[in-house]
Ligand binder design. Structure first.
Ligand code: UD1
Ligand code: UDP
Length: 364
């Protein structure tokens, strides 16, 4: 019987862990999965809603670390998680993605000689100004199982000297959740609630520090929205970091004056999936949303200078544009003119990645 600590902390972790927990529960004689929530994200709309929507069990262990600087947050998670590891003596710690909770827990486990599994390993933006890039590099360096979503992940890890035997190309657990919940999301009343027509609106999310902590970049993006909302409504569920900065930079009046730009609090998983699958296009700086739009065949304009998920551009419906106002507007116009690439679903993004992960762990 393997005791496994499955770690979540921030919004994009919940939809990645849900299918893994479910797959482990298929083998009750072999796995005892325990869910650890660090509390990196704690607002109801950034955490609790996802437990409901994704039918996740309540966390077995909640650390409640909250917000702070990178060092404060990472350190608090490490101190608390070390105690949990010493108490519970897991046979494996499984982490997902690239947030501070991911790196903090993998460092703790590896120093206690507890094997680490990293799901979504090998992604690289090659931009070390992104905190997530540091988290990815560090986590992969100490992981024993590296579960990869796309070919670039294998290539990057081999370049960094990771042993090929540790790398497993399994597909994408985020897509497992999407495939599993898509039909349920169809029942969400969110379109009626905000009086939206299918394919009659654009969907936006923004939260990367390079965009929303830098007033100049933030303003360039808002200026693009100002033009685009003249052509179709823009729905913008707003991340708490972004909401804070709109106030801090005095952008409230400007944003409110754009009548067709609708700001909402962050929405739950099923509502967001429904908004994504029914929109005309997405503009985002999210990592995961680039993948979800590729799976759904929805045009995605990525408001960043690079991506750690190149398959979404090479095979999928994603284009990287950065923060230049005119370039963003031009891409929006291209979509409205019906001139976007169609894209296809990347290899192994078939809803069965978690099963493959569990198969590897059963053998290991
Ligand atoms: C974090 C991740 C990022 C991920 C994003 C997903 C790191 C370094 N960053 O960024 O990779 O893409 O989550 O959403 O791990 N806040 C609240 N309520 C909450 C959570 C946060 O108000 O429930 C506010 C706090 O003011 C906090 C700020 O948002 O300081 C930023 O939160 P933090 O978790 O540090 O980073 P994110 O920007 O959310
Ligand atoms: N998401 C959501 N509600 C929102 C915004 C995003 O359910 O209001 C989902 C989104 O579909 C994806 C995940 O949250 O599954 C991505 O999280 P986020 O963009 O916060 O993080 P990133 O992927 O950039 O790390």
């Amino acid at each position: 019987m393997k005791r496994i600590l499955n770690v979540v902390g921030a919004r994009p972790n919940f939809m990645k862990i849900a299918p893994i927990q479910r797959a482990m529960q298929q083998f009750p004689a072999e796995f005892q999965p325990l869910l650890v929530h660090t509390g990196q994200h704690y607002d109801e709309r950034m955490s609790k809603l996802f437990f409901e929507d994704l039918q996740l069990p309540q966390p077995d262990i909640y650390l409640g670390v909250g917000s702070g600087s990178h060092a404060e947050q990472t350190a608090r998670i490490m101190i608390d998680f070390e105690k949990i590891c010493l108490e519970r003596k897991p046979d494996l710690v499984l982490v997902v993605g690239d947030v501070n909770s991911t790196v903090a827990c993998s460092l703790v486990a590896s120093k206690l000689w507890i094997p680490v599994a990293h799901v979504e390993a090998g992604l690289r933006s090659y931009d070390r100004k992104m905190p997530e890039e540091i988290n990815r590099l560090m986590t992969d360096a100490v992981s024993d199982y590296l579960f990869v979503t796309e070919q670039s992940g294998i290539d990057n890890l081999l370049k960094e000297g990771i042993d090929r035997a540790k790398i497993h190309f399994v597909g994408n657990v985020m897509i497992d959740s999407l495939a599993y919940f898509l039909e349920k999301a169809n029942g969400s009343p969110v379109l009626q609630q905000f009086e939206l027509q299918p394919r009659g609106y654009a969907l936006v999310t923004l939260h990367r520090p390079s965009n929303v902590d830098e007033p100049e970049n933030f303003l360039k993006i808002i200026s693009a929205f100002e033009e685009i909302q003249r052509h179709l409504p823009i729905i913008f569920p707003i991340h708490p970091r972004t909401e804070k900065n709109i106030k801090l930079f005095g952008l409230e009046e400007k944003v409110k004056s754009l009548k067709n730009l609708k700001l909402l609090p962050p929405v739950g998983y099923l509502d967001f999936m429904q908004l994504t699958q029914k929109c005309k296009f997405v503009m985002t700086d999210s990592g995961g949303i680039q993948e979800e739009t590729t799976y759904l065949g929805i045009p995605c304009i990525t408001l960043r200078e690079n991506t750690e998920r190149p398959v979404t551009v090479e095979v999928g419906t994603n284009e990287i544009v950065g923060t230049d106002t005119e370039k963003i507007i031009a891409l929006g116009e291209r979509i409205l003119a019906g001139k976007w690439k169609t894209g296809r679903v990347p290899e192994l993004w078939d809803g069965r990645a978690a099963e493959r992960i569990v198969e590897v762990l059963r053998k290991g």
